[in-house]
Design a protein around this ligand. Structure first.
Ligand code: AMP
Length: 342
């Protein structure tokens, strides 16, 4: 069965290298609201090598990737459409995560196009806080994504273990995520499904944004597709209005709240109640939340997208500045780099 990967997909024109479910509310939803939303993302053709060539071929051996190129290790997790396993490339001992997707399951869920788009987008993103997709290959039944290995696993698990993060830890993650979002927005990509389950950590605790399943490359059009996970959705998406990259800024606000409070701000019993709370924009802050953090969250959770804080402005906000200056003081007091024989 072919799901279309054998054809040459379109790819970006760019000289720069740019690269679910814990309660009933958080299942991703996708409702097409207009014809415009059904149009393919306007991704221009790149001159020279096709996307297929660059994704399918092992640059060193100049041959197509295949499963026997890898030693397979332990399971790293199970997703909705397959499993993720630790793997080591035999020739150069390169460690990666292999995500195995079953074609029949993708077909049944009617998301072959979505996966294809996810691969096209993620392959072109190159940023330290975005999980790298090195390539993919497939056999008759499965598609294998060769991904950067995120040793620390899901941020969601760390958050659940700690119940909530202290504000400095939250600010550190938010800065990394904002940097990744700023980068994708610059390349006309909107993620549209920012939530703790889609954020991984590497072995050093660095944040890696993953799962571009709902992402869209949209240089020309504003979108109307309702997608993502309800708790994190901006009101303009929930209401089926046109939306742009500022929906990710809203989700960043939801995430900041969840990091600091331990639950998302509009959580309620059932989708309808959550939907009504997002629409109303009701926000309640427990007393432990500092005024700087509250203001930061309120600046991002502006119902009017044009009034929502820009990503470039977050660095000047006291909530971020406060944690960054503490970081500098700590580094000065106990420098981690010791230059031997320098
Ligand atoms: P997914 O199908 O993407 O939801 O992944 C299922 C699980 O596998 C996740 O919950 C992660 O714990 C784990 N996982 C996915 N990708 C990676 C990766 N690149 N590195 C380490 N673990 C991963």
């Amino acid at each position: 069965m072919s799901i279309g990967f054998a054809q040459t997909p379109q790819s970006y024109t760019s000289t720069s290298r740019f690269s679910h479910t814990r309660h009933s509310n958080s299942a991703p939803i996708c409702r097409k609201l207009s014809k415009a939303a059904n149009t393919k993302p306007d991704i221009e053709k790149r001159k020279g090598k096709s996307f297929q060539d660059r994704c399918l071929i092992n640059r060193r051996t100049k041959k197509e990737w295949k499963l026997t190129d890898f030693d397979i290790g332990q399971s790293l997790g199970r997703g909705k459409f397959g499993n993720v396993v630790l793997a080591r490339e035999k020739d150069n001992q390169f460690i990666c995560a292999l995500k195995v997707l079953y074609k029949d399951q993708l077909k049944k869920a009617n998301i072959e196009h979505q996966v294809r788009r996810e691969i096209e987008i993620q392959y072109h993103l190159r940023h330290e806080n975005i999980l790298k997709l090195f390539g993919y290959f497939y056999d008759e039944k499965r598609i294998f994504l060769i991904l950067e290995y995120a040793k620390g696993g899901e941020l969601y698990k760390h958050l659940k273990a700690k119940k909530r993060f202290d504000e400095d830890t939250a600010a550190k993650y938010i800065v990394s995520l904002a940097s990744a979002l700023d980068y994708i927005h610059l390349h006309n990509v909107i993620h549209r499904d920012i939530k703790p389950e889609n954020i991984l950590l590497d072995g050093k605790g660095n944040l890696k944004l993953a799962d571009f399943g709902w992402a869209v490359h949209t240089p020309l059009h504003r979108r109307t597709t309702v997608c993502g996970t309800l708790d994190y959705l901006a009101p303009e998406i929930v209401l089926g209005k046109h939306h742009d990259e500022k929906v990710d800024n809203w989700s960043l606000g939801v995430l900041t709240y969840e990091f600091i409070v331990g639950r998302p701000p509009f959580e309620a019993d059932g989708n309808k109640a959550t939907y009504l709370r997002i629409k109303a924009g009701e926000l309640h802050f427990p007393s432990h939340v500092s005024s700087a953090a509250e203001d930061f969250i309120r600046c991002l959770l502006q119902r009017d997208p044009s009034r929502r804080m820009k990503l470039s402005a977050i660095y000047a906000h006291p909530f971020i500045k406060k944690s960054q200056s503490k970081d500098i003081i700590q580094q000065e007091q106990c420098p981690s780099t010791v230059i031997v024989g320098g």
